[in-house]
Design a protein around this ligand. Sequence first.
Ligand SMILES: [Zn+2]
Length: 355
Amino acid sequence: MVESDLVIAGQSIVPGESKDIALQVSESYLGVPTYIPVHVVRAKEPGPTVFVTGAVHGDEINGTGIVRELMFKTLEIMKGTVIFVPVVNVFGFEAHARYLPDRQDLNRCFPGSATGSMSYRVAHVFFQEIVSKCDVGIDLHTAAVRKTNYPHIRADLDVAGMEELAFAFGCEVVVNKKGDEGSLRENATQAGCPTLLYEGGEALKFEQSIIDLGVRGVRNILIKLGMLPGKRVKPSYQTRVDKTVWVRSDDGGLLRFHVSPGEIVTKGQSLATNEQLLSPEEAIIVSPIDGIVLNMTTLPAVKPGEAICHIASPQKALEEIQQEIESSPKTLHRRLEDDLATSFHVSEPEEPTES
Ligand SMILES: [Zn+2]
């Protein structure tokens, strides 16, 4: 692509210009066009083109909050272009739903198809008009409904240059994982636009500390790419994660939580007590590994097989992580941990009584 030629939805954006663009991706039953709102900021100097997307899953709106804050703070980029898309799945967003009206997951339909089903056509237009014109992508997500994520980056660290970018965002935890088939992240990366995924918080909420970290992360990436001045803000510790484990319930019951998101846990530590509704029977659910609590259910009612916690096994030793946290206690991550913990009633597991 010639640097000066940036055309989206038939509109050209020249260097030094900022523009709102309505990208038509479909039509309603009434034949009214459906648009994805796009905001493009271009510096005069040539440089990388970066997309920042929210709500690819229509109910995961923390990303929308992050993109809004970035847009309203009118980034004074020194070079290159940022393409902001606060809501990609406009259909799901309007319905407070993850999916599109044809029940497809947009994040499994990329790169899309011009002649495919509805969701594939939406994905195709978005991929052609936005993603194919970018050099780096940042896709913002949350946990699925009734779960919460301790904020982390997911990226395929085998891709050249990805590891540096992934750590530059400034989350404590970077999970090395290839993107799912059909995902925006995987297809953009395959097409030569290395793309990171930020996971933070819950669906259907604006969580300010999750948004603050996301805004800081995007700015960190733009600083890393030489598009913004200043220094990157780093967290108290960072670790790569190659292995994660889901902990599931074996019984139907009601959970009392003993940990909260972001907490460091050791193998055998109690995560939750699963209590019965009408009997004093209970089961203690323990962590199968040493790790960091990455995801938790916010709904205390569980059936056998339902996920309670997602634990990340860090490459860095737990003691080292603990020391680094203690040496800088007042970070955004600690505030965020406190905020996320308010979704749980966290209590100590009861000690067995002596007879
Ligand atoms: Zn998502």
